[in-house]
Design a protein around this ligand. Structure first.
Ligand code: NAD
Ligand code: UDP
Length: 316
């Protein structure tokens, strides 16, 4: 794989897009970040203000765009937290469909490689556990989460079509729950909610009885896997996530321990169609990329603490 010279990243002002921007800049490439700031923030890119290799375009990728020649496109634009994508339902469907097509058109025009941020939500409320890439999923096509899940499934179908019909060099990563500094503090995801609640002495909210499971990946592990996958050129979906499976109740208890908080745990109704369990099978990523996560949940929460403390101070 030749060295990247100029890389376009959609969703660059978001949690993952901004960390990916840092990683691609560290590879020596120029980066053009594109974002409409609907859920992201320029604060995530503030440290790059005087970096001459980085430029930013405020643009909604649902409208066609061309910011000059690039040799790789990372497509990370989309609301990602359930609270955000349920508020921005039609926008989420459009960025997964029109937005993905517009990003693919850029890769097609310049003969660039392309990697898309897909999701474990493609598996829905899974009937196979852990989830392998070959599992087709169990998604309610008209439920409240369908604006996200089906948009991402449509993106995957579109990307496969551009790969098969137009020979665009595409890859897709199915990302499992990822957290770390720059996670929006108010986006409703479980780690941001629990950390902010614990650090502010508020009750920790658990939806349902807390027995549902998730597998939490620290951002640096994920980004390392994504860069390796992009370089591999593997066209079929690849899971990247931390296979350590946690109940939400145990996750909340760990947040209390790590923060030293004496907040109480309280129980709230379970949202509709909330997946009961989720854990990636990472056999493929291990064999293909030699990748596996290094940071466990406790360590990752410790590494995120200063960031969340800063957000609490900013809110005060
Ligand atoms: P995020 O909300 O922090 O970042 C998404 C970014 O996309 C934001 O900056 C937002 O402003 C931008 N965006 C949204 N719609 C856009 C549009 N129409 N045009 C231009 N920019 C637009 O979320 P994140 O956690 O960083 O997620 C990034 C990507 O990774 C998303 O595609 C998401 O679906 C995927 N993903 C994330 C996770 C996770 O656990 N964080 C899990 C699975 C998949
Ligand atoms: N959750 C919770 N309390 C919260 C936020 C989320 O118990 O304050 C639960 C949610 O119902 C789900 C899990 O934590 O079972 C992960 O939720 P998140 O929104 O982070 O992501 P999801 O994996 O559902 O997309």
């Amino acid at each position: 794989m030749a060295q990247w010279k100029r890389v376009l990243i959609t969703g660059a002002a978001g949690f993952l897009g901004s960390h990916l921007t840092d990683a691609v800049l560290a590879e020596g490439a120029e980066v053009v970040g594109v974002d409409n700031l609907c859920t992201g923030s320029l604060e995530n890119l503030a440290h790059l203000k005087s970096n001459s290799k980085f430029s930013f375009e405020q643009h909604d990728i649902c409208k066609p765009f061309d910011f000059g020649e690039v040799d790789f496109v990372f497509n990370f634009a989309s609301p990602a937290s359930p609270v955000d994508y349920m508020k921005l339902g039609p926008e989420t469907l459009r960025v997964g469909s029109d937005g993905t097509v517009n990003a693919l058109e850029v890769a097609k025009k310049y003969g660039a490689g392309f990697l898309h941020a897909s999701t474990s939500e493609c598996y829905g409320d899974p009937e196979q556990h852990p989830q392998k890439e070959t599992y087709w999923g169990n998604v309610n096509p008209i439920g409240p989460r369908s604006v996200y899940d089906e948009a991402k499934r449509f993106s995957e179908a579109t990307i496969m079509a551009y790969h098969n019909y137009y020979k665009v060099r595409t890859s897709m990563v199915r990302i499992f729950n990822t957290y770390g500094p720059r996670l929006q503090p108010n986006d409703g995801r479980v780690i941001s909610n629990l950390m902010m609640q614990a650090l502010q002495g508020q009750d920790l909210t658990i939806y349902g009885d807390g027995s549902q499971t998730r597998s939490f990946c620290f951002q640096s592990d994920l980004v390392r896997g994504i860069v390796a996958l992009a370089k591999s050129g593997e066209p079929l979906p690849t899971n990247i996530g931390n296979p350590e499976e946690w109940t939400i109740l145990d996750c909340a208890k760990t947040v209390l321990e790590v923060t030293g908080s004496s907040s109480k745990i309280v129980y709230r109704p379970m949202p509709q169609d909330d997946p009961k369990q989720r854990k990636p099978d990472i056999t493929k990523a291990k064999a293909l990329l030699g990748w596996e996560p290094k940071v466990n949940l406790r360590e990752g929460l410790e590494l995120s603490m200063d960031y969340f403390k800063g957000r609490v101070a900013a809110n005060a």
